[in-house]
Write a protein that binds this ligand. Sequence first.
Ligand SMILES: [Zn+2]
Length: 473
Amino acid sequence: MQLYNSLSHKKEDFIPNEAGKVSMYTCGPTVYHFAHIGNLRSYIMEDVLEKYLRFTGLDVKRVMNITDVGHLTSDGDTGDDKMLKGAKREHKTVMEIARFYTDAFFADCAKLNIKTPDVVVPATTYIDEFIRVISSLMDKGYAYEAGGNIYFDTSKLDKYYVFGDLSEEDLEVGVREGVEEDGNKRNKADFVLWFTKSKFDDQELKWESPWGTGYPGWHIECSCISMKNLGEYLDLHCGGIDNAFPHHTNEIAQSEAYLGHKWCNYWFHVHHLNTTNGKMSKSKGEFLTVSLLEEKGYDPLVYRYFCLLSHYRKSLVFSWENLDNAVTTFNKLVAKIAPLTQDKSGDIDKTEFDRLMAAFNDALGNDLNTAMGVTVLYDVLKSKANAATKLALISEFDKVLGLDLIKKAEAKTTPAGDSGEDIPAEVQELLEQRKAARKEKNFALADELRDKIAALGYEVKETRQGTLITKIQ
Ligand SMILES: [Zn+2]
């Protein structure tokens, strides 16, 4: 497939280091609060990417960290400790907060059909590994001690701003955030590997290290968790676009300084979900979570569908109106698939199957063009192929799209007399009366009964396969 690589700023053929296998790393959540749906957009699109790679026959091993220590409210080294903030807010311990929001994150993922990565590592379980790598960076001269903390020395690198379009002036870290700059840093871009002299006296989680009791900076965890589980050569690293700097830039700096060679070949960044007022955040406007969507009556998978309708490298604007539009088209899509599930007989039309499968691969294989993939789904419905062929294609596409299309279509349609036990007795009775009326060619009565059935929430249709009763959603 072709994938846009943030490192080269262009679409490239995706060629893993080892034929047939992909090592894939994803930056996980900082578990101090619920994830908002903007964060989850990244995880949805990364999930589609993983599923598509598997779909093409590649053997993917995916690893993700859980940040439960070291992440400050600024992605630089300033601001408050996020975990501590969460613990204070809820009068709980940091570990209680971490456990609760880790579970909440995976519960949200499950509702959005996001597969759990093969390996998930909380940062606090890898402290020895961080210390080992930081010690090595000290030995190699890439790190220094100042004011009790250990910093990475970015001036030791040939090139620090690897993602290009950022200049040192753009990155007045500290100034930009409206907080004090760290005077211990030799260079503005240097970053903390290990905190000992911390301004957080009440830091709950601390560990012994060769540099004193303390805790790790945020960036080191991803390098260490990735290298330990996926080796020295990483194929693909994913995250939200706001992770590109400083987080991913720092990951590359420390990993390559440690390894002495190039680390990761492809960088996949998902762009922001915006509200009509700008970038979505936890602190601004309505705190949009999966639970809130559910409270308002939305199926979380409709949000997934909404995300698929836009390219991952474009900002997406969320509004309730936009989501409502997605609900309408999603329901129509499911309604179109529903009758197909009633007739699974017939052989698969191989020519049509191959043609439409190729179109789907062209779409997803072109830098994960999910919107085009959904269009191909409509092409399947419009095609002259029989139901068996269409269903086979939809079921294949849905391995990547993850929308439960066939399951939802089947739930929408319950043929009368088949699995009729799901239909309320009252409706069953009216159906029987309507059947009798039709037999007697009393169509006026049949229509009247159809309206009564509709008032109870069921739609009756005559098809070649007989009477079809569908729950109106
Ligand atoms: Zn990371």
